[in-house]
Design a protein around this ligand. Structure first.
Ligand code: AHR
Length: 486
């Protein structure tokens, strides 16, 4: 039997809605073709943004979108992407394609406006200058009558864009300059000085954080630059096999399925250990730990450009998403934003497109099932369940409450099983389930093979609810409650 006991947490953290954030890089067909098709495209669009993709993102209430990279950010010069004449460049990171910069600052802000999300702009530290960054911040946020602001006016935008989230470099321990932590900490301190406040828009400054288990990076950054940052951002990708041959997105056996889960579950240890270092320098948790790149990184689909990172998305990916989002929720006292990589057509996408066709992936549906957690108060969730052979618990859970409604999300990684939930008196229950074999995926020909259904395999009890979870499934329950026990 599996048992989940739900309770209140004293001074419970709020699960920041930005934990449900996304990432869009100039990479493959993420921006071009996936999001932006241009005003003259036969694909229905508003100001060049695909209507189908924007509508799908709106339905998820995407809270924040990171742009323009990734690796691309550290080679991006923002002036190339504003005004009538756009400079062309070769995207050396991703497939050597020609980047014509037709999607730039104003287009990104238009995308965020249509989606209704906050923009998160990642500036160029690796090959950019302090002045270039300072002028981008001024261009976006200032209301003063300066030459830079006049440039914005001339480009058709009078009011400041008021961008809050600024990432200062990307993976500066690697592609963003191969810096040592002591050096980057100093560079960060310098850059952030000139990331100015305009009006009442105080920029939220995000420092490049560690790759995976580089604890030394976190230690040095917190020691040398912790006082100058609002957040430090971790990158961790789930790679089932190894870098050279990561494994197929759809063709895998049970052993590889459980190995993927084990690797994804490592996120919990990473956050715990990086947070413990941060706790020593920042016991009040002023500085957030973000995870602005995460997700499954598989081999590209056969026949596609290896530099485009286009991969299918199966129920296994959905399980990884559910596991990861439950981990982030549980760490929400420190983790305040995450951005799955990447929103359309790249790595673990929520949306795939092929010319005018669009399909929602199983991962999309997980974000939909978890929406109730956004900006809700974290609840305690004690889990008693058997372990899998790979050492993980067979279930993953998190719970939250907002306006008298509890959201409980449970992932069952293996066979059908009964789950007893205690600690709540549930009324007006609504529940949905996503369930399929780990290999199942949605294609353009069969777009609804994996999609959520109403879930009714439960019964209420005096003190909770008993449910039967299908094999390889994710259930999201929401209920009105009264809490006589609390
Ligand atoms: O998301 C793909 C790439 O992975 C990003 O550009 C980079 O930051 C990371 O290494």
């Amino acid at each position: 039997m599996n048992k989940i006991t739900i309770g209140q947490i004293q001074n419970a953290p709020i699960i920041d809605k930005n934990i449900y954030g996304h990432f869009s890089e100039h990479l493959g067909h993420c921006i071009y073709g996936g999001i932006f098709v241009g005003k003259d495209s036969p694909i229905p669009n508003v100001n060049g943004m695909r209507t189908d993709v924007v509508e799908a993102m709106k339905r998820l209430k995407v809270p924040v979108l990171r742009w323009p990279g990734g690796c691309f950010a550290d080679e991006y010069h923002w002036r190339d992407g504003v005004g009538k004449e756009r400079r062309r460049m070769v995207n050396t990171n991703w497939g050597g394609t020609v980047e014509d910069n037709s999607f730039g600052t104003h287009e990104f802000m238009e995308l965020c406006r249509q989606v209704g999300c906050a923009p998160y702009v990642n500036i160029n530290v690796g090959s950019g200058t302090v002045r270039e960054m300072a002028e981008w911040v001024e261009y976006m946020n200032s209301d003063g009558d300066s030459t830079t602001v006049r440039e914005r006016w001339a480009n058709g935008r009078k009011a400041p864009f008021d961008v809050k989230y600024w990432g200062i470099g990307n993976e500066n321990w690697g592609g963003g300059g191969n810096m040592r932590p002591e050096y980057y900490a100093d560079v960060y301190r310098q850059f952030q000085t000139y990331c100015r406040t305009y009006g009442d828009n105080v920029p939220y400054k995000i420092a490049c954080g560690p790759d995976t288990a580089n604890y030394e990076w976190t230690e040095v950054l917190m020691r040398n630059a912790g006082n100058y940052m609002d957040a430090l951002t971790l990158h961790y990708y789930t790679i089932t096999k190894e870098w050279a041959d990561k494994g197929s997105a759809t063709d895998f056996d049970d052993a590889l399925y459980f190995e993927t889960l084990r690797k994804a579950n490592y996120m919990d240890e990473l956050i715990t250990k990086h947070s413990a270092i941060m706790d020593r320098y920042d016991p009040t948790r002023r500085v957030a730990l973000l995870v602005d790149e995460w997700g499954c990184w598989h081999n590209v689909e056969p026949g596609t450009n290896p530099g485009f990172l286009y991969q299918q998305n199966a129920m296994r990916d959905a399980m990884v998403a559910a596991l990861s989002l439950n981990i982030f929720n549980r760490h929400s006292a420190r983790v305040r934003m995450t951005n799955i990589a990447q929103v359309v057509n790249v790595l673990q996408s929520i949306i795939l497109t092929d010319d005018e066709k669009m399909v929602l992936t199983p991962t999309y549906h997980v974000f939909d099932l978890f929406k109730g957690h956004m900006d809700a108060e974290l609840m305690q969730c004690m889990l008693e369940c058997p372990k899998l052979e790979n050492g993980m618990e067979r279930l993953s859970v998190s719970a939250s409450q907002k306006n008298g409604v509890i959201t409980l999300t449970i992932a069952n990684f293996t066979d059908e099983t009964a789950v007893q939930v205690e600690g709540i008196h549930a009324r007006r229950i609504s529940a949905r389930v996503l369930s399929a074999t780990p290999q199942a995926y949605n294609s353009f020909d069969a777009p609804n093979r994996v999609s959520p259904e109403v879930f009714n395999r439960f019964e209420t009890t005096e003190s909770g609810i008993n449910l039967t979870m299908p094999a390889c499934s994710i259930v999201s329950l929401s209920f009105d409650v009264n809490h006589p026990d609390i």
